[in-house]
Each structure stands twice: as C-alpha cells, then as structure tokens.
Design a protein around this ligand. Sequence first.
Ligand SMILES: NC(=O)C1=CN([C@@H]2O[C@H](COP(=O)(O)OP(=O)(O)OC[C@H]3O[C@@H](n4cnc5c(N)ncnc54)[C@H](OP(=O)(O)O)[C@@H]3O)[C@@H](O)[C@H]2O)C=CC1
Ligand SMILES: O=CC(=O)O
Length: 328
Amino acid sequence: MFRICSTRKLPQHVQDYLTTYATLDILTKEQRESPETFVKYAADADGIITSGMRIDDAILSRLPKLKCVSTSSVGYDHFDTDALKKHGVYATHTPTVLDETVADLTFALILATARRVVELDTVVREGRWAGRPAEWFYGVDVHHRTLGIIGMGRIGEAVARRARLGFEMDVVYHNRSRKPEVEEKLGLEYVSFEELLAKSDFVVLLTPLTEATRGLMDDAAFQKMKSSAIFINVSRGATVNEQALFKALSEGTIRAAGLDVFVKEPTPTTNPLLSLQNVVVLPHIGSATHATRDDMAMLAATNLIAVLEGRLQEARIVPELQSLIKES
Ligand SMILES: NC(=O)C1=CN([C@@H]2O[C@H](COP(=O)(O)OP(=O)(O)OC[C@H]3O[C@@H](n4cnc5c(N)ncnc54)[C@H](OP(=O)(O)O)[C@@H]3O)[C@@H](O)[C@H]2O)C=CC1
Ligand SMILES: O=CC(=O)O
C-alpha cells in the first residue's frame, strides 16, 4: 500500500477510490500550517494531494519517499518545478475538466462589471432606488463589443466561444504563439499585446502565472487601455500590479475591473481595491461548483495513483516535468 497525504478534505467517493490503493491521511489545519509541521506529518508519504500549498526545495529535501505531488487545480505556480525535477518528483494537475465552469465565471464578471450588478444590488437593498433608473444606473453593453483575451488556452477558448456564439462579440487574442485552428474555428483575430489593450472593450487575463506574466498588467499596460474598457482577471493575482490597477481605476484610466484572484489570498479587507465601487471582487471561485470540484478532486486522485503505479502516460503531468517520463 502507498501512503498519501492530502492537505484538504476530499469528496467521499474520491477518498474511497484512494483507500483501495493507499492509506490516506487528510492533514488538519494545524498539521499543514507551516512547512515544519507539514514535513513532519508527510515525512513518509509516497504522494501528496494539495491545491495551493507551496512545494519547493526546502520541503522536497525533507520528503525522501515522495514520488508525486498532485494538485487539484490547473494552475501549478505553487510548485517549484526546477526543485521537483532535481528531486525526481512528478507533479500532476487538472486541466480541461474545469474549462467551461471557469469560462462561466469569467462571463459572470464581465456581465457584473458592465451592468454594475453588485453596486446596483446594494442600491436596491439600501432603499436608494427612486423611480425609473436615473442615468447613474446605466452600464455598458457586452454584446457586439470587442473582447480581448490574453492567454488563449483551454479556458480562453471556452470564453471566446461564449463571446462569439452567445454575445456576437469580436474577439481578439494574444499568446506567445498563434493558434490558427482556433482562429479559424471561432473567427478570432491574433494581435500584439499592445494592440489588444488598445482595441478591447473588455480585457480578460487568462495566462498562467510565470516569470514572464508576473506583473504583466502594470501602469504602462493600463495606460494603453481605453478609458471605457473593463479589465477582468481570472488568472492569478500576481499577474497584475495591484497598485497600478488601483491607480487606473481611481483615476479613470479604465472604467472598471472584475477580480477573482489577488496577490495575497485571502486578500485583506484593507486592500485599497476593495474601497472602489467600480470593482467586483470574488474569493477565487473560478472552478468552484460542486460538480467541477468533484471532477477536479477525482482527476487529482487518478493522476496520483497512475504515477505511483508507473502508468505515467495516463497522468496529467505538468509540461515542465514531462522530461522525467523520458528519463525514467
Ligand atoms: N480563477 C480561477 O479559479 C482559475 C484560474 N485559472 C488560471 O488560468 C490559467 C489558464 O488555464 P488554462 O487555460 O487551462 O491554461 P492553458 O495553458 O491552456 O492556457 C494558457 C495560455 O496562456 C498563454 N500564455 C502563456 N504565457 C504567456 C505569455 N507570457 N504571454 C501571453 N500568453 C501566454 C499560452 O499560450 P502560449 O504558450 O502560446 O503563450 C496558453 O495558450 C491557469 O494557469 C490558472 O492560473 C485556472 C482555473 C481556475
Ligand atoms: O485557480 C484554480 C486553478 O485550477 O488553477
């Protein structure tokens, strides 16, 4: 039997699946609280399931039996992939199963910011609704506007499909490499980063967090956007310079923002962005529906067991660690 530690509670059917192959320990908050307590309880684990815990050289050096860390998320910026490679530990993630759910949430933020849903909900609740909507209730249209997607990957494509088919929007995108087949299928236009910022009524950020995308949306980027444009971030908080975003929103450089992610999570209530009316904020819930979180947990579990059993081709191993397969 393998030994698996999970840093979070898993759905019962996922736990049942895992316990046919392994002894499973769900670590308590105290046990996973610090790297010291974590390595103590995970010391002889063959596999770890997590969804945001930082796994780096310091941790890996103290987990000699570890063969695989499996994250129940598609993003894996909490893993130091160089350290994993050095220690010969595989990392798996959960792409694809969450694409449609995250795309729905992205559209929820687009609609909520454009039509000021949260702000005007408060107006009604506070008894400030007096007669027919005054002009200060007005928002902006989503349909037939231009959507710019930075990071046209799996989720980006699901967002673009909604925009094209449901809202008849023009969609431009920017990646490091073009995707001619997606361009043709959905009728998208590839543009430079600068052109996307200048053209779009809605700018949606959907890249992974990497050294290249850290702080991508800075003062200069917001300056290039239209003053009527809305910025949506569903990627990772650190792809945006929050001070620059606050400045852009409070000085009218851009119209509004919808944010599912923050540099520090949970973001403190003192974050200046929370003081702005033209920002809709969510607690990192892109994939958070019952069905999708169940699918992600099950994929994280099957990925881990596949690696532990040596069925490497069946696991969703992160791209940076694919080379370990070739070496094994
Ligand atoms: N808020 C939430 O709850 C969720 C957030 N996410 C975030 O969304 C991210 C995207 O997920 P997913 O669509 O599955 O990932 P994919 O890898 O399928 O897509 C990411 C895209 O970003 C592009 N990209 C990468 N680096 C750059 C760069 N420097 N400049 C421009 N484009 C870049 C890639 O294209 P190319 O390589 O050609 O540049 C790729 O097409 C995740 O990594 C995660 O951080 C995901 C799920 C839920
Ligand atoms: O943020 C969530 C993810 O799956 O990545």
